[in-house]
Design a protein around this ligand. Structure first.
Ligand SMILES: Nc1nc2c(ncn2[C@@H]2O[C@H](COP(=O)(O)OP(=O)(O)OP(=O)(O)O)[C@@H](O)[C@H]2O)c(=O)[nH]1
Ligand SMILES: [Mg+2]
Length: 399
């Protein structure tokens, strides 16, 4: 089954914990605890061979590997393996309904989440201030993200029209596609792709499910159809002149309106209006191109027209999209009477230290003072004696 939309939960690998250990060298003890390895990244890799997103399990939760722990004797932990998710060209990434990436370049990659940093062992924490640290960092926790992947097909031409206009019949006439045909509405439920027969160049054609009024608001299969026009170079509006509800002009208006409401940039995709079922008409209107998929009248003319159009260099409208880099290290400060309660990733990482209790507290205080938290709390009007809460730690504020 063709799958063009999928929801996933992904997590980066956690950083491995550092270690506290000491070596005896010439009767002096020296810190020798190795650091934890970094966790694996979450990466999307664009692979043009993939036909859709059906290789990814819907609603699955995928995780990169955690970094290994640091050990005594300067041994650093191993880095966690990246989680690499293969996606087809034309995949978009959404987080909370906002598009974060539009991936078009084969073999390119997009980092969704960087692996979390490994915790430093006491060897790496040696500093002028603390030449003999009895502490290590525990490594940054894994980060998780709920994403939606949406795939829009690439095609040279998309056949768009109301249900029953003959779109699938036309793709059968033009290409090797064996699309299903039916004398009822919504026969086609997912896109069919074919390659134009007897053409000098390779021209791919896509037959889409029928569009109806309100499609851009999600009526019928609306949005799932309209999104596939994003990566097409040329659109054929296929019109049914014997449609009992809508005449030729109203069909054109419905299609124009729904396309533009979905994405105003669709205006710039070149379009050709083709009236099908001319076998049912006694006197065609000369303004349009007429065909009959039934008796094949006008099909040759349509093919010549397509070939002529494709001699010019037609392009898809979106070929590049600035990829948004995801923000990390969030923090929140809540003021409650004389308390400043700090939370978020920045805080979690700041207090994620283990080892000798007093040394751990000293280190956290020094990190706090150097951090943006201390600056913000000062700006928020903290005075000496107020309480600062960092996770499960509380201490008195001093200017
Ligand atoms: N008379 C006549 N009937 C046609 C012609 N082309 C297609 N049809 C008929 O129109 C009906 C609908 O054809 P389809 O190709 O399934 O239409 P569609 O636009 O793909 O329909 P959906 O997938 O439901 O949107 C079928 O009964 C076809 O045989 C034509 O040129 N003349
Ligand atoms: Mg069809």
């Amino acid at each position: 089954m063709f799958v063009d939309e999928i929801k996933l939960s992904v997590s980066s690998g956690a950083g491995g914990p550092g270690s506290v250990s000491f070596n005896n060298l010439n009767s002096k003890t020296k810190p020798s605890g190795g650091s934890g390895g970094d966790g694996g990244n979450v990466i999307l890799h664009v692979n043009k061979e993939l036909p859709d997103l059906s290789h990814i399990m819907s609603n699955s939760s995928l995780k990169a590997e955690n970094g290994g722990p640091g050990n005594k004797n300067f041994q650093n932990g191993t880095s966690g393996e990246d989680l690499i998710i293969e996606v087809p060209n034309g995949t978009q990434v959404f987080i909370d309904n906002e598009m974060y990436a539009d991936l078009h370049d084969n073999n390119s990659t997009y980092e969704l989440l960087g692996g979390s940093k490994g915790g430093r062992g006491n060897y790496e924490l040696i500093s002028k201030r603390n030449p003999n640290p009895q502490i290590c960092e525990q490594g940054v926790k894994r980060k998780s993200l709920d994403i939606k992947l949406s795939y829009s097909l690439y095609s040279d031409i998309s056949i768009v029209g109301l249900p029953n206009a003959g779109k699938s019949t036309l793709i059968q006439k033009l290409t090797n596609s064996r699309a299903k045909i039916g004398d009822y509405e919504f026969t086609t439920t997912s896109p069919n792709i074919g390659v134009l027969n007897n053409s000098e160049s390779l021209i791919t054609i896509c037959d889409l499910p029928g569009l109806i009024k309100g499609a851009s608001d999600g009526v019928g299969m609306g949005k799932r159809v309209l999104k596939h026009l994003r990566n097409t170079k040329y659109i054929i509006y296929l019109i049914d002149p014997i449609n009992e509800k809508f005449n030729i002009n109203s069909q054109i208006s419905i299609l124009d309106e729904e396309l533009l409401k979905f994405d105003a940039n669709y205006q710039s995709i070149k379009k050709l209006i083709v009236i099908n079922k001319s076998d049912k008409l006694s006197k065609p209107n000369e303004d349009y191109m007429y065909i009959s998929c039934l008796n094949e009248n006008g099909i040759d003319k349509l093919v010549s027209r397509i070939q002529k159009e494709f001699k010019a260099d037609l392009q898809i409208i979106y070929s590049e999209f600035h990829k948004i880099v995801l923000e990390q290290d969030d923090y929140f400060i809540e003021k409650k009477e004389n308390q400043f309660i700090c939370s978020g990733e920045l805080v979690t990482n700041m207090i994620n230290i283990s080892g000798n209790k007093d040394s751990v507290l000293d280190e956290i205080l020094i990190r706090f003072e150097k951090s943006v938290l201390s600056k913000k709390i000062n700006e928020m009007g903290a005075i000496d004696g107020d309480t600062i809460v960092l996770g499960n730690l509380e201490f008195e504020y001093k200017h």
